[in-house]
Design a protein around this ligand. Structure first.
Ligand SMILES: [Mg+2]
Length: 255
């Protein structure tokens, strides 16, 4: 199998940047950043992440497109689009944010706000990594989010995301495909179950083995996190021709 790819779309946390580090330290390695930059000169490069635009554009400024907050907002160099269902719930997210602030006594929980390009609040991340144990208020806030009809994403990690609607990275991939009129194969890289809809939509799907059990990834191939720069360098060298013969690749669940 030899395919000349037209686009590389990738998740961020655990795929392009290490996962178990602070927000400040979350960056792609120099080697990976250089390979991404060179790739962006040859194909459409997009990042589809739970993070917001303001975070992503600082880390990977040269991407053609960002699928932010799980693809609720898609941003290109010229335009920004938001999913209508999410746009309709921005008031509710703001109310929830006010509620969290009223009920969250000065504690070990860190609140991170996810903002749209127009700076409106579109989601929250509650992080209790600095707490000794899970604070009881977390369960209360999860229940409240449900009551507000908002969507909570649980990770097997000490943080949750609360956003207007369920994210769908597959929808984001389809939207980007149409927007950029991408005719040829799209390669997608991701490391969690949130990436499974995108794996299905892409032509070549590669699961990144970082902290998750790779069995949960519905991808054609698997690659170790540390080998992602090597994969990109190989693509650059071969004028973006993907081959399944690369020794870096392991067989994934859907192959
Ligand atoms: Mg990830």
């Amino acid at each position: 199998m030899n395919l000349k790819i037209n686009a590389i779309l990738a998740d961020y946390d655990g795929t392009l940047a290490p996962i178990n580090v602070s927000r400040e330290q979350s960056k792609p390695s120099k080697e990976l950043l250089e390979a991404l930059k060179q790739s962006s000169e040859k194909v459409i490069l997009g990042v589809i992440s739970m993070k917001d635009y303001w975070f992503l554009k600082n880390r990977i400024p040269f991407a053609h497109t960002y699928g932010c907050i799980g693809g609720l907002e898609i941003i290109t160099r010229k335009k920004a689009f938001i999913r209508k269902l999410a746009a309709n719930k921005l008031e509710t997210i703001k109310k929830f944010y006010d509620y969290v602030n009223e009920h969250h006594e000065k504690s070990c929980i860190k609140i991170e706000i996810k903002k749209l390009i127009n700076k409106k609040i579109a989601g929250l991340s509650l992080d209790w990594r600095n707490c000794q144990e899970i604070p009881p208020i977390i369960q209360h806030l999860k229940n409240t989010a449900k009551h507000f009809n908002l969507h909570t994403i649980n990770y097997n990690e000490p943080f949750i995301d609360i956003i207007p609607i369920e994210p769908n990275k597959g929808t984001a991939v389809k939207f980007i495909k149409q927007l950029f009129k991408i005719k040829g194969p799209i390669l997608y890289l991701g490391d969690s179950t949130l990436d499974n809809p995108a794996f299905k939509t892409a032509d070549i799907s590669i699961g990144v083995i970082s902290h998750n059990d790779p069995k949960i990834l519905e991808a054609q191939f698997l690659i170790d996190f540390k080998d992602v720069p090597k994969l990109l360098k190989h693509l650059i060298k071969t004028d973006m021709t993907f081959t399944n013969k690369l020794p870096l690749l392991k067989r994934g669940a859907t192959q």
